[in-house]
Write a protein that binds this ligand. Structure first.
Ligand code: CMX
Ligand code: CO
Length: 142
């Protein structure tokens, strides 16, 4: 069902400071910066590598406020790994298959994610404490 790891999401208090760290420590490059009001985050995607199955990224996430998913996460656990995003060919289909296995979905329908992707989250309580995201990349137009 999974094509690859699309990205690992990392919660941080200060997006610009975290970007500067990943650039200087690991030489990663920012390929996109967005504010996603619906998800309550200011975020950046940093390119890690290209593979046949597609590219992989680190997603740095700064909360827009304390009463957002990432804001609550940082208050409870501090900065660090927040979720794993797996690439899938069809999010809606993957959600159906996963729900049939009794795993709780946070999103019953795909939402808008970074760089035009369709995304949906599975509940961490049913995935061994790991917030899990499904990511369907936008169709290539070229
Ligand atoms: N990883 C693992 N567990 C998590 C978690 C995470 N990222 N976030 C919350 N939890 C756990 C909490 O520790 C808590 O566990 P306990 O009950 O054992 O303490 C439980 O889930 C409930 O947490 P909460 O703080 O009460 O928060 P809510 O129930 O209000 O929300 C969740 C939790 C996962 C439903 C919510 O964070 C959510 O909907 N997340 C998906 C959306 C999101 O994270 N968007 C930002 C990223 C956007 C992107 O990737 O593009
Ligand atoms: Co993500």
């Amino acid at each position: 069902m999974f094509l690859r790891i699309d990205h690992v999401g990392i919660a941080c208090r200060n997006l610009e400071e975290s970007i500067a760290f990943y650039e200087s420590a690991f030489g990663l490059t920012v390929v996109s910066r967005e504010v996603n009001e619906e998800q309550g985050v200011r975020e950046a995607m940093l390119h890690v590598a290209d593979a046949e199955a597609g590219a992989s990224y680190i997603q740095l996430l700064e909360p827009l406020g304390p009463d957002t998913p990432v804001g609550k996460f940082i208050a409870k656990r501090g900065e660090g790994v927040h979720h794993v995003g797996y690439g899938v060919a069809d999010v809606a289909k993957a959600l159906e298959e996963i729900e049939a296995k009794g795993i709780r979905l946070i999103d019953r329908r795909p939402r808008h994610g970074s760089m035009g992707a369709s995304i949906a989250f599975l509940h961490p309580k049913d995935v061994g404490g790991v917030l899990t995201e499904l990511v369907e990349a936008p169709r290539r137009t070229t």
